[in-house]
Design a protein around this ligand. Structure first.
Ligand SMILES: C[S@@+](CC[C@H](N)C(=O)[O-])C[C@H]1O[C@@H](n2cnc3c(N)ncnc32)[C@H](O)[C@@H]1O
Length: 275
């Protein structure tokens, strides 16, 4: 199957499992193919709580965006590794609180481009844009983002479940640093990543994804904390996603202190503010 992007026809490689489409399987979406569903089944076999983990991650991202647009007063968002549009999308949550919010979405998977129309339906007071680009090319992302965002004003850089897909040779820490260096003090950094310590069976999953041509490298807690250098990590710090400021009554998975339950959601999640 193919779609048309800026560079002409693009092969969606539906014969291979792609992270964006596997995540779509876990979120109960319909934008996925047999290869994605087969890989999702393999992931569940090795990590039975994978679907729960994906959903609690999504809830974390949206809770944090609600906080950013509300209490924190952020009006600009740069979301890298957006994923296939899903309801609600990040801009819908931000604009519900602050209709003037501007959101730039970025992903490198052509299936996201093919479905990006849903990301362009902005409130009339705000703006949204979609950039087809790779995280490992931060300068081109920043250049394109300037058409929509004022990089002289605070921006929330959001990267939900993106960084573990980046080959370590591409130096993900240096790329995040480059992006944060381009944003002013008061900008925010939201990250969630696959957690090495919490992910039983992840070593063999790395091999499964390598066979599909995709690098999967979970991060330790210390490696994840390094992404937040130069920021003040907001309470409750780097935690499993369901532990990050849970909505009242939304703690079916466990209390914030329940260590053993964190293994059900093997993800580190946090939000920092640039100082
Ligand atoms: C699991 S989805 C996360 C969706 C969303 N951020 C969330 O947390 O709900 C990860 C996304 O990262 C994208 N991605 C992976 N490597 C990327 C790269 N090098 N540049 C840009 N996007 C990338 C994938 O295509 C996929 O859509």
């Amino acid at each position: 199957m193919s779609s048309t992007g800026a560079r002409g026809p693009i092969d969606l490689r539906t014969d291979r499992a792609h992270p964006a489409r596997i995540y779509d399987v876990f979120l109960g979406g319909k934008t996925n193919y047999p290869a994605d569903r087969a890989m999702a089944a393999t992931v569940v076999e090795k990590m039975p709580s994978a679907q729960l983990a994906a959903r609690t991650n999504r809830e974390f991202v949206l809770r944090a965006v609600r906080y950013l647009a509300g209490e924190a007063g952020i009006r600009q968002f740069l979301d890298i590794g957006t994923g296939i549009p899903t309801s609600p999308n990040l801009h819908e949550v931000a604009q519900e609180t602050a209709p003037e919010s501007r959101v730039v979405y970025t992903d490198n998977d052509p299936i996201v481009l093919a479905h990006s129309r849903a990301l362009h339906v902005s409130s009339s007071a705000g703006r949204t844009a979609y950039i087809q680009a790779d995280f490992t090319d931060p300068d081109s992302i920043l250049t394109s983002a300037r058409s929509t965002l004022d990089l002289g004003q605070p921006v929330a850089l959001t990267m939900g479940l993106l960084l573990h897909w980046i080959d370590r040779k591409k130096q993900p820490h240096a790329v995040v640093r480059r992006l944060m260096d381009a944003l002013p003090v008061g900008s925010c950094l939201l990250i969630s990543v696959f957690a090495r310590e919490l992910a039983g069976g992840s070593a063999t999953l790395e091999d499964d994804f390598a066979a599909e041509g995709t690098s999967l490298r979970p991060f330790t807690r210390d490696e994840t904390l390094r992404f937040f250098d130069g920021t003040d990590l907001l309470d409750p710090g780097l935690v499993a996603p369901y532990q990050w400021r849970p909505d009242t009554g939304a703690q079916e998975i466990g209390s914030p202190d329940a260590g053993p339950d964190a293994s059900a959601t093997p993800i580190w999640a946090g939000l920092g503010v640039k100082r």
